[in-house]
Design a protein around this ligand. Structure first.
Ligand SMILES: NC(=O)c1ccc[n+]([C@@H]2O[C@H](COP(=O)([O-])OP(=O)(O)OC[C@H]3O[C@@H](n4cnc5c(N)ncnc54)[C@H](OP(=O)(O)O)[C@@H]3O)[C@@H](O)[C@H]2O)c1
Length: 318
């Protein structure tokens, strides 16, 4: 099979499209013929081996995961002997970031617990745009942020992969959503359902008078003091960018100011994949595909994601 091989930490041009053996599914795994995958910021960090803590998980001197790619959508081709949920021909999607990646290839052996049935109303390309980004938005808003109908929710970084879904998921919970993005992405944010948009190039939301019950932050470019100014008492701040500030002073701020400040480390579960799938089937969550690529173009897609100016998701079709 063809796969994009990652043998050294570095830039996208160190990746190579090569012919390699198809993986053999273990007893709890299925062999999935990958029909689409998508690129995430995590792939960029794993490619570079930066920031350094990434290497504690992915290999200190050289990459442990030779095929990157967490998001997949495809068809089950073979089934391990202990697999119970899927048969040959099942249409599936999933997030393989917790089980060794492998999505940038024609086939991947995936633990059945990392997969769910593909939403019936979406194409494979649309489906592959969902898992990591939509699960991150869901777990940040619902599990950490305890989002509720009628709340004022602000999403900082609302135009990228995670942010575009955060707008839609927050709306599906009945919140009033303010999206923070750049000038060129305002239309997109309104299309995803934002009630109000702040262009961060002309306005700093932490200097406004408006206060929020929940701030979901995928950028992490404001101090906790600034965030605290616009967070209501008993409100919650959820950071996607694993901030040391949140780790160190978050518990103290929670105690003194009665404002919860938390880091998020999302991890896909079958139940959450099904939740996302149901939202998509109900029309409450629409995949946001900025651009599509072929497998050979994965290095180019990674270069773009690394620059951080994507409007939604970059999808790779096979
Ligand atoms: N903690 C977790 O479990 C977890 C899981 C997944 C992802 N993440 C992290 O979450 C972050 C976002 O991921 P993503 O996939 O959404 O990345 P992305 O697609 O690159 O989106 C990031 C967005 O941030 C916007 N942005 C840049 N500077 C900004 C600013 N000053 N104010 C407001 N928005 C700004 C950019 O939009 P403009 O073009 O509008 O500037 C860009 O579209 C990454 O750091 C990723 O590593 C964490």
């Amino acid at each position: 099979m063809k796969a994009i091989i990652h043998e050294k930490y570095g830039s996208p041009d160190m990746l190579e499209l090569r012919e390699v053996d198809r993986p053999e599914p273990r007893p709890h795994e299925v062999l999935v013929k990958v029909l689409a995958t998508s690129v995430n910021k995590a792939d960029w960090h794993l490619l570079q081996g930066e920031p350094f803590p990434v290497r504690l998980m992915a290999g200190l001197r050289k990459p442990k995961y030779q095929i990157l790619g967490a998001d997949i959508a495809g068809v089950v081709e073979r089934v391990g002997r202990k697999v119970t949920q899927f048969g040959r021909g099942a249409e599936v999607f999933g997030d393989l970031s917790g089980s060794g990646f492998g999505g940038f290839a024609e086939y991947v052996a995936a633990d059945e617990k990392r997969l769910a049935k593909k939403p019936s109303n979406l194409t494979y390309e649309e489906t592959a745009a969902l898992p990591v980004a939509a699960i991150t938005a869901l777990q940040g808003l619902r599990n950490k942020g305890k989002i509720n109908a009628g709340q004022q929710v602000l999403i900082n970084g609302a135009s990228g992969g995670v942010g575009s879904y955060a707008i839609q998921i927050a709306k599906s919970f009945g919140a009033n959503v303010t999206a923070v993005c750049s000038t060129g992405k305002i239309e997109n944010a309104l299309k995803q359902g934002a009630d109000a948009v702040i262009d961060y190039r002309v306005q700093d939301f932490t200097r406004d008078n408006k206060q929020y019950d929940l701030i979901f932050d995928v950028v992490g470019n404001h101090s906790l003091t600034a965030i605290s100014r616009v967070l209501r008492r008993k409100g919650a701040y959820v950071s996607c960018s694993f901030s040391i500030g949140v780790m160190v002073s978050g518990p103290w701020k929670s105690m003194i100011e009665r404002k919860k400040m938390m880091n998020l480390l999302a991890s896909a579960t079958p139940a959450d994949l099904q939740f996302i799938s149901k939202l998509a089937e109900e029309g409450k969550l629409k995949p946001v595909v900025d651009k599509t690529f072929t497998l050979d173009d994965v290095p180019e897609a990674l270069q773009i994601i690394g620059q951080g100016r994507v409007a939604g998701k970059l999808v790779v079709t096979l």
